[in-house]
Design a protein around this ligand. Sequence first.
Ligand code: HEC
Ligand code: HEC
Length: 287
Amino acid sequence: MRVTVGVCKAAGVLVLCACLVLSAARGARAQPATTQVGNTARGRALLNAFRDSLPQYSGNRLRCTSCHLDEGTRANAMPWLNTAVRYPKYRSRRGAEETLTQRVNECVTRSLAGRALPENGSAMRDILAYLDSLGALPRPAAPDTVKLVGNVRHGGRVYATTCVRCHAVDGRGIAKLAPAVWGARSYSIGAGLSRQTVLATFVRANMPYDKATQLTAQDAADVAAYVLAKPRQDHPGKERDWPKGDPPMDVAYATNGARDAGKLLPPTRAVLPRRVSPIAPATVRTP
Ligand code: HEC
Ligand code: HEC
């Protein structure tokens, strides 16, 4: 696994270099400025090495493919298969229709705790090109959702016996082995994986990485509850999520919409300060 990640990174860097050389060559031949076709290979490289390639837009140590496993093709890990043709679509978290560009930036700002990419920049264009390349493939059936109530104390025991060897006692992950599952290096409280059912379903289907589907649904719910009881980065503006007052039961924070609808609000969770603003413009050149 150590080798796989290493090879992926090396391949990503190679592809990126090749692309830079290619685009330099193209520039020299003065392509018309109207060329809007994204570069699929560079898109894939960015998704595999987001932080290394776009450090000013990343707020943690994850990469897109830390969750969207096998470059977004693994059936049980939120695949990008058939995704591109499903947008724009209505999403209740926004309470409005969302474009694929906006959906990508939702994961940039929440799952990577980062800063939204410029909508018309080359990085976004290349990421969309890669997602487009998977758009015509059929969407596999999603794994059964794990909806059981989690027991934090027992989840701690599951974590110690099943997760610690890769994600570490303090949840910070181990370099070259596995990324952070909580703390400042992991995803923000506004991310989809911060919902217990989403995390438990992902973990049950995909973890431990080398021996997936060993966990019972109850163990997966318990370990998810344990992981989510730990602090992680904030997501400013999260109170404006689900503006129509219909947040799922396992959303970990209070929303204005739920308050206005007179719903029971979840207890306030301790969060870590946000490292990178989701919206502030980067001070460096637009990618
Ligand atoms: C911490 C885990 C995590 C990381 C890291 C992550 N995502 Fe996601 N992503 C999710 C989850 C969870 C969903 C919701 C899946 C669902 O709705 O079934 C999702 C959904 C998506 C979707 C919508 C898929 C669909 O079919 O509707 C896109 C596109 C996407 N992510 C792109 C990205 C990109 C690009 C990155 C990196 C910038 C990224 N994600 C990083 C967890 C993650
Ligand atoms: C053999 C090592 C290994 C074990 C054991 C393991 N994981 Fe992972 N985990 C990984 C790897 C590798 C990734 C994906 C990293 C990548 O490709 O960037 C990952 C990704 C994740 C992610 C999504 C990204 C993140 O950092 O949040 C979560 C959540 C996760 N693991 C939870 C768990 C839980 C809970 C357990 C115990 C039930 C567990 N893992 C056991 C190696 C492991």
